[in-house]
Each structure stands twice: as C-alpha cells, then as structure tokens.
Design a protein. Sequence first.
Length: 201
Amino acid sequence: MKRFWEIVLLIIFFIPLILIYPTRIVGKRNIRRKGRVILCTNHQSSVDPIVIWSRIFRRRFNFMAKEELFHNKFFGYICKCLRAYPVNRNTTDIKSIKTTMDMLRREKAVCIFPEGTRLKSDESNELKSGVIIFALKTDSPIVPAYIKKKFRPFCFNKMVVGQEFWLSKELGYVKGDKITPELIEEGTKLLSKKIYELKER
C-alpha cells in the first residue's frame, strides 16, 4: 500500500516539481543496490529530499526529517509516504536514534543531511555528530554527495554522488571500542571534506 501511495505522490505532486527544478544526477551508480548505507549530502533547499526520492531509483532511502514537518497531519502523511521519520533537532532524540540504528542493522538505506539545517550558500557548516556515531556503531558505509543549486525555476541543477567509504577503516576504529570526542571530531572533518570536495566536479 505504501508503494502505491509513493507512485500516486510521484505523479500528482513531484513530477511537476522536478520539471520546474530539473536536476542532473552524476555518479548514481556509486549507490549500492543492497545492504545498509548512509547517504550524506549538503542541504540547500526543501526540494532536496524530493529530488533524491524521485530521481535515485537504485535505492529507496529513509529520510531523517525535522519533527515540525509532522505536526500537520496532511504533510505528516506525505512525509511518511516519502519514507521520512521525525527527529527533534533541539535535543537528543533517543527514539530517532534507535529508529536510524534499527534501519541500518536491517540493511536499509538512510539519507541524512549532516549539517542539520538548510544552508542557502555554498559555504560548509559544522556537521552534527550523529551520522558519525551511526556509521561507526553499525559499520555502515557512507556515500557522500553534493547538491549544486541555482534557486531559480527551470534552471538545471546538479547532484554529484561520490564513492562510498567506511569511517571505521579510515579512522582505524574497531567495532565495540569507545567512540571518543576526538574520534567524532576527526570523523566529521573527514566527512565534510569528502562532501565539499564534490562541488568542484
């Protein structure tokens, strides 16, 4: 039933939106078809999740979205059809953390905007630590991506998808070890570098 409503939403709402904001996806094949994975990208527009949801058919991503979007029943229902789940950005949301960890352990694909909010400029923002913890605790590969936007209707935009990598291998982390603040800081710097180096492609 959920799949049926996904198709209905695609036809009614999102095809016109994608026509207004056309986006070219580069490196789509870098996203694995099976197994757990975390897609991490910058976040410049509220259209970003819709572009990812409607253009990347290799995987059906589950999106971490701010809980305010779910306060309205209608929009909350649409968010659920888009496979989004709420997160409280003002506190440590234990329920959201458990949901994300459970999805990854069940070999699902999750999309997270690690900056935690939309940024209108091309400048990088400090990343939140959540995605680093998720990747290390579940030993999930991360796929970095960068979305280039012009914020004008009918102007072509571009999303560049990079190669997947394992933070555990990059940082020399062994599953079960303590995740220290120093390790998180090193991980966020590495992820930020991998995301923002894609904007030059």
